[in-house]
Design a protein around this ligand. Structure first.
Ligand code: G1P
Length: 314
């Protein structure tokens, strides 16, 4: 087991195009889409913060400036809120950017894959362990418990080796994920011996899928630097970790909590509904609204209001 240091840095690959949400993402990054009242990326940054991380590194691309602006000070807005004595809102605004938080940005000039995106952050990470968070996966820890990355950081403090968040998925979904297999060390922890990116169900080594949270040792950069293209013709992070596994331990950790796949419309809607139901301000209202919505649940005869949203028409 190698000697480990405390986790200080997190990498957020945010250069992806978000085509699944067009036209909403035509002129704004998909990571800025709000779930209730916070952009997706802020949930991920807050999760990293909760795990003790204070240096956030974004791997961005063209059309992603809104992310930098979001984590920067909005002087004009702050000033207006101050003058108008809207102190609660001012507090909300400032909470995005705690004083001990630092941000760095690096561009991924070409979409060569997730592994390539992580490699773009090498000079900012340096020779220390780091976390990777994919903001598309909105992770919620158990009530009153640690965040998912917080749970992983706790494991990392003991193991000192790379850790991937995993969850079991139905066989027909293995093609969407990195899939791992290995030996169960104890309940919820697997020492990984095989790792494949997006295998078809017939060849998948298991149904244990990697969710978008990783804690990696810097050795992964050596792997990524010398790596060939993998699944989908991209430099895959999964392949880099599979290479790392030949030299160091890699663990898969079944986290407590829930993952919302906000890279898909379905997952995004689920997150919106469930987080709205739990929201301190609108939760009560929204629960009542849903209970009165006529959508035919609980076996009773109910009907949905047929809506016709406005679209361009000749
Ligand atoms: C990426 C990773 C995959 C992982 C998934 C989790 O895939 O390549 O290994 O299981 O994130 O969300 P993507 O969703 O970017 O295609």
């Amino acid at each position: 087991m190698q000697k480990h240091t405390q986790l200080k840095k997190a990498v957020f690959p945010v250069a992806g195009l978000g085509t699944r949400f067009l036209p909403a993402t035509k002129a704004q990054p998909k990571e800025m889409l709000p779930v209730v009242d916070k952009p997706l990326i802020q949930y991920a940054v807050e999760e990293a913060y909760s795990a003790g991380i204070r240096h956030m590194i974004f791997v961005t691309g063209r059309n992603k400036r809104a992310i930098e602006d979001h984590f920067d000070t909005a002087y004009e807005l702050e000033n207006e809120l101050e003058v108008a004595k809207k102190l609660k809102l001012l507090e909300v605004l400032r909470s995005v950017q705690p004083k001990d938080l630092h941000f760095s940005y690096v561009r991924q000039a070409r979409s060569l894959g997730l592994g390539h995106a992580v490699l773009c952050a090498e000079h900012l990470v340096g020779d220390e362990p780091f976390a990777v968070l994919l903001a598309d996966d909105l992770m919620v820890g158990p009530p009153g418990g640690l965040s998912v990355l917080g749970q992983m950081a706790e494991q990392f403090n003991v193991l000192g080796e790379s850790i991937l968040a995993v969850q079991e998925v139905p066989a027909e979904q293995t093609q969407r994920y990195g899939i791992v297999a290995g030996e169960t060390v104890r309940d919820g922890l697997i020492k990984v011996s095989a790792m494949v990116e997006k295998p078809a169900p017939e060849v998948a080594p298991s149904r244990m899928a990697v969710a978008g949270r990783y804690i990696l040792t810097p050795g992964v950069f050596d792997q990524l630097r010398h790596q060939n293209k993998g699944a989908g013709g991209e430099i895959q992070l999964t392949d880099g970790i599979a290479g790392l596994m030949q030299h160091q331990g890699v663990y898969a950790f079944q986290y407590q909590g829930k993952r919302y796949d906000c890279g898909s419309k379905e997952g995004f809607l689920e997150a919106t509904v469930e987080l709205a139901l739990n929201h301190h301000e609108v939760g009560g209202y929204f629960r009542n609204y849903l209970e009165n919505l006529q959508i035919g649940w609980s076996g009773k005869e109910r009907r949905v209001n047929k809506l016709t949203p406005v679209v361009y028409q000749d």
